[in-house]
Design a protein around this ligand. Structure first.
Ligand code: ATP
Ligand code: ZN
Ligand code: MG
Length: 302
């Protein structure tokens, strides 16, 4: 049995994660949730004075916005769509028949107007664009959402439905890259406060296919994505627990995020993987929060 499986098994045995029979889809215990809530309060403490506007979207987004985002060009393998039964009574009868005999009953389901949110910031850009021109001073948002990615895995740190807390900054090139650097420094400081050793490294997104290789190389060469890595399930491959993304003016141009003078805004986003951070804490400090080092408990619960 490899390390990954055994950490997952220990999480199940302790009740911190609850097996649903699907890899990457877990229930979470009260103690697990307490850690996430406490860490989110720590995030608030670090970011609270910045004056970000808090917005919470549900874990599904407008399919039209999803289509416009280009997600299916870059990450078709990860997307999750919401389909529903839209037939008549006759169709219903044949659906039930299908289920009864164990045939595929889902093939006649129809796409709804909702797609599962792939990253917390996706619903934000069209929302802000609709408000009109951005002020000179830019804009800052505080988001949190369950996100879906179809990447089933036995690695408890790779889930299919997980929460991402994000700050998103819109402004000039310098404004948003300063924002990103500031959060890289804060990220290191926060993790140190809770007793976690980190490294920061340049990274790329898992763009699909052969053309995707080029996009990934380009993203790396231009230092557009950094990750804060913590050892969780593998010491050879530490896990990305935060990511720091600079989109240049790509999202600004796509969504029409403009300043009063018509120039296109740059954007950057910083994401915390909340389950991953909780798992890193349980991995390093043990499966019972009461046994965690006093300094860590103090940083999280005061
Ligand atoms: P990875 O390289 O491990 O797949 P990522 O680069 O896809 O991560 P992002 O797209 O930058 O991650 O998402 C922002 C944050 O969300 C990540 O830093 C990570 O902490 C978290 N995250 C991403 N995918 C998952 C997942 N499948 N399960 C749990 N957390 C995740
Ligand atoms: Zn984002
Ligand atoms: Mg990923």
């Amino acid at each position: 049995m490899d390390m990954q499986t055994s950490f997952l098994d220990r999480l199940f045995e302790s009740g911190l994660l609850i097996d649903t029979g699907v890899d990457g889809l877990y229930g979470r215990s009260g103690q697990f949730e307490d850690v996430i809530s406490a860490f989110e309060r720590l995030i608030d403490k670090f970011g609270g004075a910045d004056g970000a506007e808090a917005i919470r979207f549900p874990p599904g987004m407008n399919r039209a916005f999803f289509e416009k985002s280009g997600y299916m060009k870059s990450f078709p393998q990860l997307a999750g769509t919401v389909h529903s039964f839209c037939g008549n009574e006759l169709d219903h009868m044949s659906l039930l028949k299908c289920m009864e005999v164990g045939e595929d009953w889902t093939k006649d389901q129809e796409a709804t107007d909702i797609v599962l949110t792939p990253a917390a910031c996706y619903p934000l850009y069209p929302t802000v664009a609709k408000r009109g021109a951005l002020p000179e001073s830019g804009a800052l948002f505080d988001l949190q959402s369950y996100c879906f990615r179809h990447e089933p895995s036995k690695d408890p740190a790779r889930q299919q439905l997980f929460r991402m807390r994000e700050y998103v900054c819109m402004g000039t090139d310098k404004h948003v890259t300063d924002f990103r650097q500031n959060w890289m420094d804060r990220g290191v400081e926060m993790m140190r406060a809770v007793g976690l050793e980190v490294t920061i490294d340049v990274a790329n997104d898992p763009f699909f296919g052969r053309a995707g290789k080029m996009l990934a190389n380009n993203q790396r060469d231009q230092n557009l994505k950094f990750e804060l890595l913590i050892q969780i399930t593998s010491s050879a491959n530490p896990t990305a627990c935060m990511s720091f993304n600079y989109h240049q003016d790509a999202f600004g141009a796509k969504w029409g995020l403009n300043f009063e003078d018509g120039s296109v805004a740059h954007t950057a986003c910083v994401g915390f993987g909340l389950e991953r951070i909780a798992l890193a804490l349980f991995h390093h400090h043990g499966l019972d929060t009461k046994e965690w080092p006093e300094s860590v408990r103090k940083a999280l619960w005061g």
